[in-house]
Design a protein around this ligand. Sequence first.
Ligand code: ADP
Length: 297
Amino acid sequence: MVPKLICVGECMVELAEVGDGTYRRGFAGDTFNAAWYARQALPGDWAVEYASCIGVDAVSDQMAAFMAGEGVGTDALRRVEGRTVGLYMISTEGGERSFAYWRGQAAAKLLADDPDWLRGVLGQGAHVHFSGITLAILAPDARARFLDVLRDVRGQGVGVSFDTNVRPRLWEDAEVTRAAMMAAAGVSDLVLPSFDEEEALFGDADSAATVARYASAGAGSVVVKNGAAPMLGWDGGETVEVPVVPVARVVDTTAAGDSFAGAFLGARLTGAGLRDAMERAAAVSARVIGAPGALVR
Ligand code: ADP
């Protein structure tokens, strides 16, 4: 059986204004973007799948067809009657982009409502990747169930990675967010935080403080990204500081972190060392922020 990377969370319909009130439909979401970039990075003898809940309606069918067309497997999508997928619109006014979200009816919120299904699906992975958004969209009891399932599958030998992706608007309050981030790090082999978000949420003084905090929560390794500043990686042994790849003109930072995660996982899962994987991931992110959109080929 081929080894599988399973990314789990919420993929949404994206409507991006192309001018004059006309919008182009796409599909995106942090953990799906990471799956897409991991698919580009991994050799063909690895499978990449997306685990989530979607509806039984036409737009859910279109989302699943899009994923399959991009080489991301859809066997781990559970269909939920009476729900649909979330949606966001990117409007552009005077060059400034603003986002509006509709995700109240999203089936993905029910991801952990059937823990036996979730355990069965995630247990088939060689590695499972999730994010702070995966947790944020779940009700508090569902969050606890989700982390229990991760703990179980990790106990069976599945690797686990966590991109913190802190989105304060999706959370009840900062205290709940901090507790969830630390609990998630405690079930993860790898944590991928961005320093600005960690500084805002936890008051970390520097990237080394972020590494130390997630290590104390139980993370096996931590890679702190910090925009254009050097990254700090720790793999349980060595700590390395790695410069990013300079970008002459930043066009659109959407999916900088998601592409980093996908490329980093692709490298690590096929045997790259810590520094090498960080360098390869930074090269992909540099390319992504130099072009518009989340999914840059
Ligand atoms: P996130 O999208 O998760 O907030 P970051 O802003 O921390 O992510 O950036 C993730 C990675 O993207 C960085 O480690 C770096 O490799 C790359 N990156 C982001 N901004 C820049 C930039 N201005 N110049 C070069 N690389 C960047």
